[in-house]
Design a protein around this ligand. Structure first.
Ligand SMILES: [Zn+2]
Length: 378
């Protein structure tokens, strides 16, 4: 209890070095949440995976993960995985990508311009993984702590020229092939045009809680919880991300057409947002929560034996450096060098059959190409 009470930001100091803003932050007495230790029985197997779970930690570079590792007494499910690679994230137009271009690369296998949602450099729609695999009977879903129109989740169902076209992105949902979504919030949904709300309700069983009994029986499910449940942990979010991840897996797995498999994208959206604000303690809490969602995916991969899990990021945010710490006490200190995205390659962790295909250095679009090759080879 004492530890929980002391689970607070200790210090935040800002000073200027040349044109760059440098901000130091620290977190202390983080209660250990342990980690999941996989069985490795399917890890690196040569048979084709039936299911693929792609997990995107928005803005999550090596330092964000490492900060979580030290805060959690030198333990993390991420770091229990053995097949590692690196991902370069440059967009078709910019040295430093935004989440829309990188999300589109991960969703479609093609590089595009910053701000694009599922569109190529000529502003033509590009089919995404859910659209490419549905013909093989493979069903798809998305989970995110961002709004449904957030660039990363949107890239997996929408096709719009600009990520700022919020209403248009929401309006793409009812015509999408997704069978499951848990993201965004009730308040945002209710701000959309009435026709869009009606179309989404006609296409999906819409519920406002992961605990709604309709989740068990729906054929197409949309979960839009109250805002606090997908907001920052520091503002009261509890277990939405790991719980929705597990629900999405079970939902898709039990509805998978004659066992043909599923594709699920899970985004930990707020690691990026906390780093934009140079809020180090918030970033660490978001990372540790994302690690719980990773544990759910790896646990299922062990139960199932036919599931490939890929965990990476769309880009790094804030040029974070892990500066100091005391892992025994759950203390760690970080320094952000900016409030923006950086172009440093991000780590990739893979687990399950064909995890070995994702080792080495690859572009974000190549990750999607490899996923498609595996899912379409069956
Ligand atoms: Zn960002």
């Amino acid at each position: 209890m004492k530890k929980l009470i002391l689970f607070v930001l200790a210090a935040a100091v800002t000073f200027q070095a040349g044109a760059q803003q440098i901000k130091k932050g620290s977190i202390e007495n983080v209660p250990s949440q342990g980690s999941y230790h996989p069985t490795y029985s399917s890890d690196g197997a040569s048979y084709l995976p039936k299911n693929v779970i792609l997990m995107i930690g928005d803005g999550t570079g090596l330092a964000q993960i490492t900060a979580g590792y030290f805060a959690n007494n030198e333990e993390l499910t991420y770091f229990n995985l053995k097949h590692l690679g690196w991902v370069t994230t440059k967009s078709a137009t910019d040295f430093t990508t935004d989440s829309a271009a990188s999300g589109t690369a991960y969703a479609t296998g093609q590089k595009t311009y910053n701000y694009a949602i599922g569109m190529d450099v000529n502003k033509h729609p590009i089919p995404n993984i859910p659209e490419r695999v549905i013909g093989e009977g493979i069903i798809s879903g998305i989970v995110s702590t961002d709004d449904l129109n957030g660039a990363t989740p949107a890239a997996f169902f929408a096709h719009q020229e600009n990520r700022g076209m919020t209403d248009e992105i929401w309006a793409d949902m009812p015509g999408s092939v997704l069978r499951y979504f848990a993201a965004g919030n009730k308040e945002s949904f209710e701000k959309r045009p009435e026709a869009t709300q009606k179309a989404i309700k006609d296409a999906y069983t819409v519920v406002y809680s992961l605990d709604d009994p309709a989740c068990a029986t729906a054929e197409k499910l949309g979960v839009l919880p109250p805002k606090v449940e997908t907001g920052y942990i520091v503002n009261g979010r509890t277990d939405f991300l790991p719980k929705a991840t597990r629900q999405a897996i079970d939902f898709l797995n039990t509805r998978s057409n004659e066992g043909k498999g599923f594709f699920l994208m899970v985004e930990g959206a707020r690691i990026d947002k906390a780093c934009h604000s140079n809020d180090f303690p918030s970033a660490v809490k978001e990372l540790l929560d994302f690690d719980k969602a990773i544990a759910e995916a790896i646990k299922f991969a062990d139960e199932d034996g036919n599931t490939l899990v890929i965990i990476s990021a769309d880009h790094e945010t804030s040029g974070l450096v892990v500066w100091d710490g005391n892992p025994k006490e759950g203390n760690v200190e970080g320094v952000h060098i900016s409030g923006s995205h950086t172009a440093t390659p991000v780590p990739l962790f893979a687990y399950g059959p064909h995890a070995q295909d994702f080792m080495g250095v690859q572009g974000n679009e190549q990750v999607a190409q490899k996923i498609l090759k595996l899912l379409l080879a069956k």
